[in-house]
Design a protein around this ligand. Sequence first.
Ligand code: G4P
Length: 295
Amino acid sequence: MTIKWYPGHMSKAHEKMAELVRRIDLIIEVLDARLPLSSSNHLLAELRRNKPWIKVMNKNDLADPRVTKAWVRHFEQQSGIRALPLSAKQHREVLQLPTLCLRLAPHRGKPGRPLRAMVVGIPNVGKSTLINTLAGKAMARVGDKPAITTCAQQIDLRNGIILSDTPGVLWPTMSDQGAAYRLATTGAIGANALDYTEVGLFAAEFMLLRYREQVFTRYEITTPPESAIALLEQIGRRLGCVVSGGQIDLHRAAEAFLRELRAGKLGRVSLEEPEETAVVPESSVTENVPEAEPQ
Ligand code: G4P
């Protein structure tokens, strides 16, 4: 699979972020709870300057609760890091975030001494949704276009906290091919940068291995398929992705299957666990990113 990138955006974004980190009190990194490592950018650790760091594990409503607990334990073993699983669409859950911010920077959040927090995350993890819920009205742009990059903006939450929003400027690390497939499975990589059939087969294989019962229940499968392709064919048949002659249209089947998986129709699914994830590269992540291709 070829992933298409714009590395030129990245170095500029990282410079901007390094400058911003100097001026803020804490970092709010928004991650996708289904893939907390692949949806992060490890450069942030280098830019951090020992600022308190909250890892918001967003879309928790879609993630496997057992795996999320393991990730929280994993993150909170690291100094100065707190992990907060939530759904950015749920106001009540989001309210935990300002409370945690003020606890981590107790010298701030007072009249004349606002707490300044930077919100970062790769495209599509839900930064705009989170900011909108926090701010109580539609201030940040929400949408499903991972390539959108807009300028940093300041958002006064009127509770002693000022957010610096840097939407779309951080790209995932993509330290291995598995991370690329996991990101593609959740839709974090744009629709024109991936091959649906390949990603669908990856997701089918993963579901067979980890969430076999959930996928069998959803598609009423009684004869367990022997391979990912056989599973995708069964799903395609069930969803009516059939072409003339009774053949399964695998591309359509993959598209429909991924759509359902992303929407949580197969239940709560996490795509990676802390103990099995790759070692975090020490150096700048831009070295690991595949070459750019025109879209
Ligand atoms: P971004 O700023 O980080 O790029 O992400 P954004 O808020 O635009 O959210 C990307 C998609 O993720 C949106 O869906 C949004 O509704 C969805 N989303 C955000 N937070 C959550 C969450 O906690 N749970 C779930 N299930 N979904 C979440 P969309 O279909 O692209 O847009 P929309 O039609 O919902 O507006």
